[in-house]
Design a protein around this ligand. Structure first.
Ligand code: VAH
Length: 318
């Protein structure tokens, strides 16, 4: 059985449904700090778990006899930068509790890292798997410390920990909250609703991105990979594409003629974005567990626009 923390967040809300499809509804326990009316919360086992409360996390893991923990509960980069002390306590306290729970119930363990784990002194283009990591954001500090802590639990206690350095993730189910790459999600909603978008990230700012279906596939492929083939564990670079606001706007304009992008740069999130790589190298993931992706920019754009039109029930003359 699999227990997911942060199961109602951007990744969790879709990962929960995908895992229930594959492993059976009753084998996937969604947990989050509060319940909502989403499919992830209503369609199968759900428990209230505050990841800063170790006792409840362990009790829940034992109640369902879980053998896998997917720890997704965290504050993203922009929120973490606004509340750095709270971010440290939630991101690191939550991760420690999740790792301790995995150790106590002998569960396999997954938690995401991020391109945010890299900093301004990291090589920016085709960023290597193993390189300088001195991030200048609280989120990045949390992600580097988190990678080291998860590797520690593998080497010290034998917990089967695995992780992915995710790029910006784009999805139409649950919007991200408090991220820097969120512009690449907002732009699709605004394009479908209003035919235009004002970006808080400047033109020419390149960041790695991935469509959510590819992110879910990567998590499952990594967790099912033969451990004997893993040279790395926490965490693998994975990316499907890298673009700037001008390029995603051009892709959208192919499907929504007349779409226009304008700019009102947010200095805080612009500075975070500029401290991250332009593009990362996913070779280790490809070699060690066969990472692959299906969606490039135009294929993602076509699908996002179709799905958002259904979701927003707008009938725009195509
Ligand atoms: C963020 N979406 O913007 C997250 C992610 C790489 C970006 O970590 O903070």
């Amino acid at each position: 059985r699999i227990m997911i923390t942060g199961a109602l967040g951007q990744i969790g809300s879709e990962l929960t449904l995908k895992l229930r499809e594959i492993y059976g509804t009753d084998n996937v326990i969604a947990t989050d700090i509060k319940k909502n009316d989403s499919e992830a919360a209503q369609g199968g086992p759900f428990e209230i778990v505050d990841v800063t409360d170790l006792k409840t996390m362990v009790e829940t893991a034992k109640k369902y006899k879980v053998d896998t923990i997917m720890h997704l509960a965290a504050l993203l980069s922009a929120t973490a930068e606004a509340k750095p002390v709270f971010a440290w306590n939630l991101n690191m306290g939550g991760l420690m509790n999740a790792l301790e729970t995995a150790r106590e119930v002998n569960a396999q363990f997954f938690t995401p890292s991020s391109i945010g784990a890299f900093g301004p002194s990291t090589p920016k283009d085709n960023t290597p798997q193993d390189t300088i990591m001195r991030p200048t954001t609280m989120y990045g500090v949390n992600k580097v410390a988190g990678e080291l802590l998860a590797d520690y639990y593998f080497h010290k206690f034998g917990v089967d920990t695995r992780g992915l350095r995710f790029p910006g993730l784009i999805s139409y189910v649950a919007p991200p909250g408090g991220g820097t790459t969120d512009y690449a999600v907002e732009i699709y909603y605004e394009a479908v609703k209003n035919g235009r978008y004002t970006s808080y990230i400047d033109k020419g700012t390149y960041m790695d991105m991935m469509y959510m279906p590819d992110a879910l596939k990567a998590i499952i492929d990594l967790m099912e990979a033969d451990p004997a083939k893993l040279v790395h564990r926490n965490s693998f670079n994975v990316s499907a594409m890298s673009f700037d606001p001008e390029e995603i706007a051009a892709s959208i304009a192919k499907y929504i003629p007349g779409f226009k992008i304008s700019y009102n740069v947010d200095p805080v999130r612009q500075q975070i974005a500029e401290s991250w790589p332009n593009s990362i190298d996913s070779t280790a993931a490809k070699e060690e567990w066969g990472f692959s992706y299906d969606y490039d920019l135009d294929k993602m754009t076509k699908d996002m626009i179709e799905k958002l039109r259904q979701k927003l029930e707008l009938k725009i003359p195509s």
